[in-house]
Structures are given as C-alpha cells and as structure tokens.
Design a protein around this ligand. Structure first.
Ligand code: PMP
Length: 433
C-alpha cells in the first residue's frame, strides 16, 4: 500500500508536534516503528487515508466510535448544535436532558457532573472519594489505564502489598506512595492490601470489565468481593467505565453484573466521538463537589452544547432495538472466524470477547489478568498488525488493545477481515518455517 502522503505528513508533523502525534498510543512505536497512517475521512465502518486507501476500522478511535464514523443522526445533531453557538458558559437544557438519560441508563448515578475527558472524570472521582472519606490512598489494578493524571500513572511496587512507583517521569515518589496496585481478579491480593492499609484507603478504582490490556472480564463474584472488601474498611468503590459504559449494553458494565459502585467515571462513547467525560454516583458523596461541597472541580468547556448534543444523539442511536444484539452477532461472527483460523495454524492465539469488542492475544493461555495479557507475543502481534494494515484492516497499534466493532460494520466487512487474518496467519507461519 502506498503511504507516500502519510510519510510526507508524518515528517512534517515531527517538525511541529512532539513525536508527530498528539497521543503516544497513535505512534507506531509499539509495532516496530514506522509511519502512522494519516486518515482524512471516516464513514460508517471505514476510514480513508490521504493516499487513497480504504480501511475497515476496528480502532473505533480507541472506543468512542460505536455507531460508525459520521453517523447521519449524530452528524445532523452536532451540526445543528454548532449553528446555535458552540459554547455559552451558562447552563443549558441539553445538560439536564443528558444527565437524565445517563441516570436512567445507569441507576447508580444519582447525581452526575460533566467534564471533558475520561482523565478528568477519573481524577475527580478520586478527589471526591478523598474528600468524602478523609483518607488519602487508592487501590487500583495492574495494567488498567485510568487516564494521565498523576495518581493513576503509578505502577505496582516491588512486591505484594507494597506502595507504588512512578510510571511516568514527572510523577513524584510521594504521589506514587498514595497508590497500591494489585492484580485484576485477585481478591486475596486485594484483601491483603486492605488488611494492611485499610484505614488509609479512600477508594478502590476498578474497570468492571477491563478494556486496557485487552477485553478481560471479572471472574465470577470478583466485583461483589471488591465491593464487600472495600466497604468493610470504609473505602469507596469507583468504577472506571470510560471504555465500558454503553459498550456492551445500553448502560454500564455494572448493569450487566448487577453490582453497584459508589461512583462511576465515564467518557468516550457518551460523547458520540466528541470530547467528553462524566462522573457521578451516590448523592451523599456527590454533594461534596463544589458549589455544594468542599471538593473543587470546574471546567470552561464542561457540558458544552456540541459534546452534549453528540452524546444525546449517540445514546438515541444506541437505545434503538437490536443494537447490542447486532454488535454481539457481528462480534461472534468475527470471533468464530478467527478461532477457526487459529485452529488451522500452529500460532498460539486466544480470543477474549464481549459483545462487539474482542482482543486477539498471541498466547495459548486464557487471559484473565495483566500478566496473562503481557505474555501475548509482541513480535507476532507486530507482524500481524502490519499484515492486516497492508490489507486494509485498521487495528490499534498495540497488542493490548481491543478491536471495536460498530453498528455500521456488516457481515461482509467481518468476512473480509477474517480472510485478511487467514492470509496474515498463513504468512506468519510460512515465515517461521
Ligand atoms: N479510563 C479508561 C478505562 C480509559 O480507557 C481511558 C482512555 N483510554 C481513560 C480513562 C482516559 O480517558 P481520556 O483519554 O478521555 O482522558
């Protein structure tokens, strides 16, 4: 595939934009380097690059795009909103409407607040949990990504039940000492940490279904145990549903399992592709937020009419009959096709899927935690990624990411993708001989 124009634009980008990209996940560093493809148009399940190639898109902009690119209803609503002025700095009726829609879909959201990104939403839930509990530390799970605020850019410490260490330059040791990281699906490790630090822990932060080291579901009873253990020590439970809200059902992952967190952070899909974040939860906790309470959180762009309109329009589409059944049907077709290919070849690979999101891991062990995902063979993924890209299949350039289906994908798209994967697997196998 010709990438002349992408190459040229990337060279230019590198002169002006640090690393040539505005988010490190967009660089091809994780797949052996190279030129990220510059896209210029999206429509339905497809992206079109600057060199005239078409791609079936499974990146979904890292999650927000679930109704396909340029969905006509969202586009129309956003255009109309923009014509009415993009920002007033005053409350609007749209915010009320959207807050009600979210509360109806996710009942644990007794009160909500709109912000501008998932990062802001998670960051603020932590502040509010600290304000409410008067405690400082948080517990999170290894491999989960919760945005780029300091407190969540902290890696596990050097042993079990130890304080964290900075996961980014610029995050201080003092900050890292406020965070303890335990393996996902490991209730004993969580209990050990709570036994040791319980009185200091403000909140346990968890993705109810992990979306950041592939799609990894909670073991049976895990979420109930997280709630029980946290609440026993007086800590709150925060769900990071930035990826999962409205991904698998019209609601949160919490609604699938019937387990209620104290607070929830959201983003991505709820903005229909425009910048957004939201957090919410129990009313007695949320009343700690300014102007009612002492925990400060503000935002010039928060609740802006264009993002909120896009969010409303997206939820209107997702609320239609059969949407999640369709995503599940396509997801299953893709999983079955890929599983078949795995069986036909000698390349170790397993698939985790929920509804229209799946991850192909290059390992033969079922993936239930970050260590399992980490075992996925990065070299195999790199080769697979480039072979797929060259056949017009756009995946995230990371072995940890999910493939996201949209309502715009068709069975024909799925079948074309399966054929591309078959070719990629055969090619990899041939290269190994
Ligand atoms: N939490 C989770 C689970 C995420 O996946 C992400 C983004 N990938 C974030 C938080 C941060 O969201 P944003 O990029 O909108 O700041």
């Amino acid at each position: 595939m010709d990438r002349k124009h992408s190459q040229h634009l990337y060279n230019e980008a590198c002169e002006h934009i640090v690393g040539g990209v505005n988010s490190p996940s967009r660089s091809f560093k994780g797949v052996g380097g190279g030129v990220p493809v510059f896209m210029e148009k999206g429509n339905g399940a497809y992206l079109y690059d600057v060199d005239g190639s078409t791609y079936i898109d499974y990146l979904g902009a890292y999650g927000p795009i679930i109704t396909g690119h340029a969905h006509p209803h969202i586009t129309q609503v956003v255009t109309r909103a923009a014509e009415n002025g993009v920002l007033y700095g005053t409350p609007t009726v749209l915010e009320n409407r959207f807050a009600k829609m979210l509360k109806e879909a996710i009942p644990s959201l007794e009160k909500v607040r709109f912000v501008n990104s998932g990062t802001e939403a998670v960051m603020t839930t932590i502040r509010v949990a600290r304000a409410y509990t008067g405690r400082t530390k948080i517990v999170k799970f290894s491999g989960s990504y919760h945005g780029h605020s300091d407190l969540v850019l902290v890696a596990a410490g050097s042993g079990p039940a130890t304080l964290g260490s900075p996961d980014s330059a610029g995050v201080t040791e003092n900050t890292a000492e406020e965070v303890i990281t335990v393996p996902f699906n490991d209730t004993q490790a969580l209990q050990d940490v709570l036994d040791k630090w319980g009185d200091d822990i403000a909140a346990v932060l968890v993705e109810p279904i992990v979306g950041n080291f592939g799609i990894v579901e909670p073991a049976e009873g895990f979420l109930e145990q997280v709630n029980e253990a946290a609440h026993d020590t007086g800590a709150l439970v925060i769900y990071d549903e930035v990826i999962t809200a409205f991904r698998f059902t019209y609601g949160g992952a919490q609604d699938i399992y019937g387990v209620k967190p104290d607070m929830t952070a959201m983003g991505k899909i709820i903005g229909g592709g425009l910048p957004i974040g939201a957090y919410g939860g129990r009313v007695d906790i949320m009343e700690n937020v300014a102007p009612l309470g002492p925990a400060y959180q503000a935002g010039t762009m928060s609740g802006n009419p264009v993002s909120i309109s896009a969010g409303i329009a997206c939820l209107e589409v997702l609320g239609q009959d059969g949407v999640y059944e369709h995503l599940d049907h396509l997801g299953k077709r893709l999983e079955d096709g890929l599983s078949h290919i795995i069986k036909e070849h000698s390349i170790p690979a397993v698939i985790n899927r929920r509804c229209g999101a799946l991850t192909l891991f290059f390992t033969d062990r079922k993936v239930t935690d970050y260590d399992g995902a980490d075992e996925s063979d990065g070299e195999l993924f790199k080769t697979f990624f480039h072979l797929m890209l060259d056949q017009g299949i756009n995946l995230a350039p990371s072995k940890y990411e999910a493939w996201f289906l949209t309502t715009a994908h068709t069975e024909a798209d799925i079948d074309q993708t399966i054929e591309a994967a078959r070719h990629a697997f055969s090619q990899i196998e041939k290269n190994r001989q």
